[in-house]
Design a binder for this molecule. Structure first.
Ligand SMILES: [Zn+2]
Length: 480
């Protein structure tokens, strides 16, 4: 198919230009100054059948990547108390077993739609698998993403150490071993790759060890080997909390980043969520290995994790992407909100305003930085001829975007609502006139409502096993 987007506004080096953009097949085929005639690069019969889109008063940007989320947590949005990560996790854990395969499917569907309608065209879903139904879980999530049509990286959350092992001094507490062996987990991951890794359909399996705090070296090395064998992205949580930093000292006698580097886990396909407690040396290693930090500012504040050293990372050349994180720790899944907070948050970490992030810079981080983090920068992440048409058209006539000043600054610093007018992914139009074309959103609303009315009686008990220990850490190590 061919689309002609006429008279759209795009950012150029300093300002804006009004252009016509031709999308043919999967790619951006031409970008020409507006009203200079139809670009003649496509075959005549395709142009004759082209769909013309009036782009006047609309801004075209490359799609963002939601570099880190957990789609199943849609069912926990608004549910989990304000708690620090280690205690919050126990509530999330208690709420998760109630989820069935249909819940996982609907969670991915809902996440995909939230992503599209806040400017995203790609998502990294660090996805929860239903125990003993792992293949069916991935199938349900992949089905949702394929139906919506955005690019989706599915990184099954895997671990081989129990929850208490993830806490400083936690191993000394009574606990059962993790109920599945490392070899079994890796074999299962390989089967998931064989069955579901379909880049040509926009479905990419990534290896997703939950984080060093709950993974053995054997599991991390096994994941890196799988990544090498099948050319998969690698995704993991990293140093989200101070407790995790203390645990790394205890577990390795080294920074977690040095340890991951020694295991061979860090490379240009590696994206690491959070990175709140990274040292300068850690940042140097992440830059050298071309790893990506996924910045999740909303989640980091909701869980009291801290403020990630993003400005320092950028100065050292680390690639930074944006993520929403799951809906249990960011009850909205709105990329523009995460980008807004990420743009403004660092004014309090650095008094020198010359280092502050600009809206243009953070949009580039969200798009090209995000694409780099999932090893797709050669295909997506910017408006360029020959790249995939993963693009978003924003309505500049919406009240939240008026009066007309600097559209990008207003898009990032304001509170844009319902401004995503159209979205294409890989040349296919997924959103038109603000409506998702590929799924019935009204039906999804009904299903989410119906399923919320069921007897989901949550009993948050697991916190009792951990809270006394956590409070003892709080009284000592975590307060230093
Ligand atoms: Zn997460």
């Amino acid at each position: 198919m061919t689309f002609l987007l006429q008279n759209v506004l795009i950012p150029d080096a300093e300002s804006y230009a009004v252009v016509d953009v031709q999308i043919t097949g999967t790619d951006i085929h031409a970008i020409t100054p507006a009203n200079t005639g139809v670009p003649d690069l496509a075959p005549a019969h395709e142009l004759a059948a082209a769909t013309v889109v009036n782009g006047a008063d609309q801004l075209l940007l490359p799609g963002f990547v939601n570099g880190h989320t957990h789609s199943s947590q849609i069912w926990q949005r608004g549910l989990i108390r304000p708690l620090p990560l280690e205690l919050w996790l126990t509530d999330v854990f208690d709420a998760a077993p109630a989820l069935d395969l249909e819940d996982l499917y609907l969670g991915a569907l809902s996440t995909a739609i939230d992503t599209l309608l806040s400017g995203g065209t790609c998502v990294m879903d660090h996805v929860l698998l239903s125990f003993n139904h792992e293949l069916e879980s991935v199938a349900a999530v992949a089905r949702a993403y394929r139906m919506v049509g955005l690019r989706a990286f599915i990184a099954p959350l895997i671990m081989d150490e129990p929850m208490l092992a993830g806490l400083p001094r936690g191993r000394s507490l009574p606990h059962a071993p993790y109920p599945r062996s490392t070899a079994e987990i890796l074999a299962l991951m390989e089967e998931i790759v064989r069955q579901f890794h379909r880049p040509e359909d926009g479905i990419y399996i990534a290896v997703g060890p939950t984080g060093f705090h709950r993974c053995s070296d054997a599991l991390l090395v096994g994941c890196a080997e799988l990544s090498d064998r099948y050319d998969l992205c690698r995704h993991s949580h990293l140093l989200e909390t101070k407790a995790q930093k203390l645990l790394a000292d205890e577990k390795y006698g080294l920074s977690a980043v040095i340890h991951l580097q020694q295991l061979g886990f860090l490379d240009h396909r590696t994206s690491l969520a959070h990175g709140v407690w990274l040292s300068d040396r850690d940042l140097d290693i992440l830059a050298e290995t071309r790893s990506t930090i996924v910045h999740n500012p909303v989640s980091n504040l909701r869980l009291g994790s801290g403020i990630a050293p993003i400005l320092k990372g950028l100065q050292k050349g680390v690639n930074i992407a944006f993520g929403c994180d799951g809906a249990a720790s960011n009850d909205a899944q709105n990329l523009l909100e995460a980008i807004k907070l990420g743009t403004m948050l660092h004014t309090i970490t650095d008094p020198d305003y010359q280092n502050w992030l600009t809206p243009r810079r953070t949009l580039e981080m969200a798009a090209l930085g995000g694409a780099t983090g999932v090893n797709l920068a050669a295909r997506t992440g910017s408006l360029a001829v020959g790249k995939a048409a993963d693009v978003v058209l924003y309505d500049l006539t919406h009240l939240s975007m008026l009066p007309r000043t600097d559209p990008i600054q207003l898009l990032v610093m304001g509170r844009p609502t319902e401004v995503v007018n159209a979205v294409w992914v890989n040349g296919k139009q997924l959103v038109a006139d603000g409506q998702v074309l590929t799924v019935d959103v009204q039906e999804l609303r009904r299903e989410l409502l119906d399923r919320s009315r069921g007897d989901r009686a949550y009993s948050f008990q697991t916190i009792r096993q951990i809270e006394p220990h956590y409070r003892s850490l709080l009284a000592s190590d975590l307060s230093d």
